[in-house]
Design a protein around this ligand. Structure first.
Ligand code: AMP
Length: 284
């Protein structure tokens, strides 16, 4: 497995593969991550391995998607273990650039996905999706992958990136894989490492609400008001968990919907102590 630190190394790798026609079957796959890799990331690398001839995993804690008061400085970093996990899952290359490599001094170019970027997480984390769209654009321009793999865990991010790739004609297909959970239902997240033992139990409120709404929808309840109220009731039973948002939206536009239809996104974000967690379901 190769480790690249600069955009030009990554680009040279990708272009050499194309020139050598090593990638005709399946193409090049990219799995963008911020590191602190867990089984959720591993599932994406495995999916990329299964579909693509060559797989690159990027590991970059992207400063522009964190607000000044957020956890950029203390975000978990575990490069050695990440490389071992990526290699075990069959990655061919790691791209782990410095901040200066991705944002040259004076960097002033950003990618904005208007409208979508201000909804759900974008409403409570102003500037977050601008940072995400900017870094993913830079990664896609550098690696020119055929496929890029993302988790449904960040469902609003997926909506923003699909719109961006379509609008900018970036030519990479966005592939989305399901949320990987702990046995008790908690969605895996690098931020789960912040939780105390008590908070770890309280955090189950999110997946409980998601499962409950999924079950109600599966039984035919379509009224958004009823589904959202049911979710609120579940949060009411755990007052230590503070709701950021609970929403039923069209997954493409992130606009609220009155009636849950197949493909509607039910998304929650909540604070457990000082840790903000998210979870969601795409209703069947
Ligand atoms: P992150 O490192 O948190 O930026 O995540 C990198 C990628 O892994 C994103 O596409 C996430 O949606 C995805 N991901 C994170 N957690 C999970 C999970 N529990 N299951 C599946 N994918 C995940």
């Amino acid at each position: 497995m190769e480790i690249f630190r600069t955009v030009s190394e990554l680009r040279r790798w990708s272009r050499a593969l194309r020139a050598a026609r090593h990638i005709e079957a399946g193409g090049i796959g990219l799995v963008p991550t911020m590191g602190a890799l867990h089984a959720g990331h591993a599932s994406l690398i495995r999916a990329a391995r299964a579909r693509c001839a060559q797989v690159a995993v990027s590991i970059f804690v992207n400063p522009t998607q964190f607000a000044p008061n957020e956890d950029y400085d203390r975000y978990p970093r575990s490069f050695e273990a990440d490389c071992a996990l990526a290699q075990a899952e069959g990655a061919d290359a790691i791209f782990a650039p410095s901040v200066e490599e991705m944002y040259p001094p004076g960097a002033a170019a950003f990618v904005e996905v208007a409208g979508l970027s201000d909804r759900l997480d974008g409403a409570s984390r102003p500037g977050h999706f601008r940072g995400v769209a900017t870094i993913v654009t830079k990664l896609l321009i550098a690696a020119e992958p055929d496929l890029a793999f993302f988790g449904q865990k960040d469902a609003a991010q997926v909506a923003v990136l699909r719109r961006m790739v379509t609008d900018l004609r970036l030519g990479t297909e966005i592939v989305v894989f399901p949320i990987v959970r702990e046995q008790d239902g908690l969605a895996l997240s690098s931020r789960n490492a912040y939780l105390s033992a008590t908070e770890r139990i309280q955090a189950l409120t999110l997946s409980r609400a998601v499962r409950w709404v999924e079950a109600m929808a599966a039984q035919g309840e379509r009224r958004a008001g009823v589904l959202l109220e049911a979710a609120r009731q579940i949060f009411a039973s755990e007052p230590a968990v503070r709701i950021d948002f609970i929403a039923l939206v069209d997954w493409a536009t992130l606009e609220p919907t009155e009636v849950a239809a197949p493909g509607t996104l039910f998304a929650v974000a909540a604070w457990v102590g000082s840790t903000r967690l998210i979870d969601n379901a795409i209703l069947g």
